[in-house]
Write a protein that binds this ligand. Structure first.
Ligand code: PLP
Length: 415
């Protein structure tokens, strides 16, 4: 059974100041989970997590993570600027981009970030626009299918990211000639994985590749970046990944290939670090009885897009009715003029009444950040529930003025 980190009473208290829909995050859950992650990889002295900013680009949450030793993985100019403003620098920033714009490389280089090259052609491009740093990372795409226990977990051959194995060898040689002294390697081969075998299997691929590349070229590797892809149990019947087992699996692979090298392990988890610790709180405002039973809520796909674009399951708790029998079947829908705007289809829930607050679970990563303004919808507020039970606004809701701001070139909208 999935539990909510917020009570109905607290959710209503927040709603009286910051109207629904709003996002709420759980400081305690975030901290406990992050400590477990650090613990699971503590066998590797140089271990560092670089939180994937795109998953939850909130300054207060990024600072909370930084205080626990977390870095950031940025993918764009704006994310790099945000990291800089928050005091992240050099070794705390990974820059994993693709189809990169010149000014992005310039800023990444200026900040001293680890630059993760998506393609071999970016060597010349980076050289031309920003210069080649002495330390660099390369993104690997091994092609084919990525399988675990006969299950296909991803198809790297269809993914636009990374370099082929042959290109990696060539890239190392070219980069050495450009004065690079220290290398890292990165790959992201499967998304939202459950079970404890993804990172260890990926680690084995990358560790072996590092060993080969070192033998071939004499290059010095200082880190292996396992990227993101560790999943969370969105469905109530799924189990949370055992991060200890995952860390242990990576350790075993390390002992086999890289023992004694001191090569650092990096990760770029987004979903695993924040996903379960954020929820979208929304109010039931309409009921409709046609061929199906609909509950209309005040949030929509513009607040949380995953159900609409991936058909993703997000668990829903009706606050205050946690223990009531789920004896009704509803489609829980938002207000977009778009039939995919459904948070749940044929979901068994307790009987919902007007004004009930619904908590949509596991929205702490790839939730708010994927929001958009379709139908003139405005982005919601974000609130942090502190360990002591207090709460704090960590991003205000958008206003109509924010939406109109880019029309200020026109007389009707001049401020
Ligand atoms: C999206 C992304 C991540 C984070 O992925 P999760 O699924 O949130 O773990 C990490 N690294 C890169 C390069 C990404 O694009």
């Amino acid at each position: 059974m999935k539990k909510c980190f917020i009570t109905e009473e607290k959710a209503r208290e927040i709603a009286s100041r910051y109207p629904t829909p709003y996002y709420v995050y759980d400081e305690k859950g975030i901290e406990d989970n992050f400590k477990e992650l650090l613990d699971a990889f503590s066998w590797n002295k140089g271990f560092k997590e670089f939180f994937a900013v795109k998953a939850t680009p909130n300054p207060v949450l990024l600072k909370l993570l930084r205080a626990m030793g977390c870095g950031v993985d940025c993918s764009s100019y704006t994310e790099l600027l945000m990291a800089e403003k928050l005091g992240f620098s050099g070794d705390e920033i990974m820059f994993s981009s693709n189809e990169t714009a010149p000014e992005e490389y310039v800023l990444a280089k200026k900040l001293g970030a680890f630059i993760n090259l998506d393609d071999i052609t970016h060597i010349d491009f980076l050289k031309e626009v920003a210069g080649i740093p002495e330390r660099i990372c390369m993104r690997y795409n091994p092609g084919g299918d990525f399988t675990l226990n006969n299950r296909i977990m991803g198809t790297p051959a269809d993914a636009k990211y990374g370099m082929t194995r042959t290109q990696l060898s060539e890239a190392v040689r070219r980069l050495q000639a450009e004065g690079v002294k220290e290398f890292g390697i990165h790959a992201f081969l499967a998304s939202n994985t459950l079970g404890s075998d993804y990172y260890p299997a990926l680690a084995e691929v990358l560790f072996t590749t590092v060993k080969e590349l070192q033998e071939e070229t004499g290059a010095k590797f200082i880190f292996v970046n396992l990227s993101g892809g560790v999943g969370i149990p969105y469905r109530p019947e799924q189990e949370k990944n055992d991060i200890r087992l995952i860390g242990e699996g990576v350790r075993k692979a390390y002992e086999k290939t890289l023992a004694g090298t001191g090569i650092r392990i990096f990760t770029e988890m987004g979903r695993y670090v924040l996903g379960p610790y954020g929820m979208l709180i929304t109010k039931a405002i309409h009921f409709k009885h046609i061929y199906k039973e609909y509950v209309g809520v005040d949030a929509c796909a513009a607040n949380l897009m995953r159900p609409a674009i991936y058909g993703a399951y997000h668990h829903i708790t009706v606050l205050g009715k946690e223990n009531a029998p789920c004896n009704k079947v509803y489609d829980v829908v938002g207000s977009l003029c778009e039939n995919s705007d459904k948070f749940a289809v044929d979901r068994s829930l307790p009987e919902i009444e007007k004004g009930d607050l619904l908590a949509i679970h596991d929205a702490g990563a790839h939730g708010y950040s994927m929001g958009y303004n379709y139908n003139g919808k405005l982005r919601s507020a974000e609130v942090l529930l502190r360990k002591d039970g207090s709460y704090e606004l960590i991003r205000r809701a958008e206003t109509v003025d924010d939406y109109f701001a880019t029309f200020d070139i026109l007389p009707e909208f001049k401020k």
